[in-house]
Design a protein around this ligand. Structure first.
Ligand code: UVW
Length: 355
């Protein structure tokens, strides 16, 4: 693409970008944001952190949390056999197809809320109203000015003067999760053990707290690192055995304070490639009260909409965090590709930490 083409495309999508955003910094049509910092050099940096070759699975079983308590929109996965000529293909004797066959076959499918359990958020997960045209008209847009309705398409165009049905196919045509899969979510990562420092009671964590943990644990945070926060949330959740107690969970573990401007600036200044937590939403929801028009999900808006920093939630970090603490280490190689599922705005993930 020539410079002229880029300018043209950028001019079409936005004239004005949100203050403090990275829009355009990685190219007019960029869909990766700070994931661009996961370069081959960053992968090598991650590999240089590997000393023992031991691996840790950082996923919950995907049928956790159980029920639809954390988010009523998201129910547990439903597995079912595929059908072979109308018959459930589970323990299906292939001799039904040919009397000489000796095979027995199982084949299944799943209905899965993509953000039910251990997950990545794509940039198309959270957008905002913003005056990209610099003409006083707020438009529904996503990272780098990609638009609701053309780039991110749902069945309904929600307008102030009435809802209008839209034609499919539905899904994100830009900023979908497959972008991260294709790039490869691999590189150097560091872990902040908030549970170790602040305990298991609910606590809103801001910039000062993160500075304290960095200094206390000697965390060597570098540009392009993926940053993980262990809060202990999924440890309490796992013990609930798929019957989560919302009142207990609402009082459990640290959450980032998305209204702390110094914390938001820190995420930008440190040039992190991703923010990952073992809790639900990474940030505290509902967020602290704030006057006037403001995002309900301030950290989501800062990361997914402005900076292009992916968020990840409900990871299983206990085993890794305990091992790292025992070794007085905080850095490791993280390999965490989402599903290469075009159109999706989130994805389950089975991340592997290699130490
Ligand atoms: C919300 O809808 C709050 O989503 P997330 O799982 O990213 O917190």
């Amino acid at each position: 693409m020539t410079t002229e083409d880029r300018t043209h495309t950028m001019a079409q999508r936005w004239k004005r970008r949100p203050e403090g955003s990275t829009w355009g910094d990685y190219g007019a049509d960029d869909q990766l944001g700070r994931v661009n910092l996961l370069t081959p050099q960053k992968v090598l940096e991650g590999i240089r952190e590997v000393q023992s070759g031991r691996t840790f699975c950082l996923s919950l079983p995907l049928d956790y949390p159980g029920g639809a308590v954390l988010n009523p929109r998201r129910g547990p996965p439903r597995l079912a056999p595929t059908l072979q000529d109308g018959c459930p293909c589970f323990n299906f004797p292939l001799l039904r197809l040919d009397g000489q066959n000796t095979d027995v076959l199982c084949d299944d499918q799943v209905t899965l809320a993509l953000q039910y359990s251990t997950q990545w958020d794509a940039f198309a997960h959270v957008g905002a109203f913003f005056d990209t045209g610099d003409d006083g008209v707020p438009r529904k847009v996503y990272y780098n000015g990609y638009r609701a309705g053309t780039d991110v398409v749902g069945p309904v165009d929600y307008r102030p003067d009435g809802d209008v049905a839209q034609d499919g196919p539905y899904g994100a045509r830009a900023l979908h999760i497959a972008n991260f899969a294709e790039h490869g979510m691999q590189g150097r990562a560091v872990l902040f053990d908030l549970k170790k420092h602040f305990g298991l009671a609910r606590r809103s964590v801001g910039y000062d707290d993160l500075q304290h943990v960095m200094e206390a644990d000697g965390i060597d945070l570098r540009p392009g690192d993926m940053v993980l926060f262990r809060t202990g949330f999924t440890e309490v959740l796992l013990r609930m055995n798929r019957a989560p107690d919302k009142a207990v969970l609402d009082a459990t573990g640290c959450v980032l304070d998305g209204r702390d401007q110094r914390l938001l600036q820190w995420v930008d200044d440190q040039r992190v490639a991703a923010l990952i937590a073992d809790n639900y939403a990474v940030e505290g929801l509902p967020a602290r009260e704030a006057l006037g028009r403001r995002p309900a999900l301030p950290l989501h808006q800062h990361c997914l909409f402005k900076l292009g920093v992916p968020l990840a939630e409900l990871w299983w970090l206990a085993d890794l965090a305990d091992w790292l603490a025992g070794e007085r280490r905080t850095a490791f190689l993280l390999t965490a590709p989402p599903l290469r599922l075009p159109g999706a705005v989130g994805s389950p993930v089975t991340p592997i930490a290699t130490v």
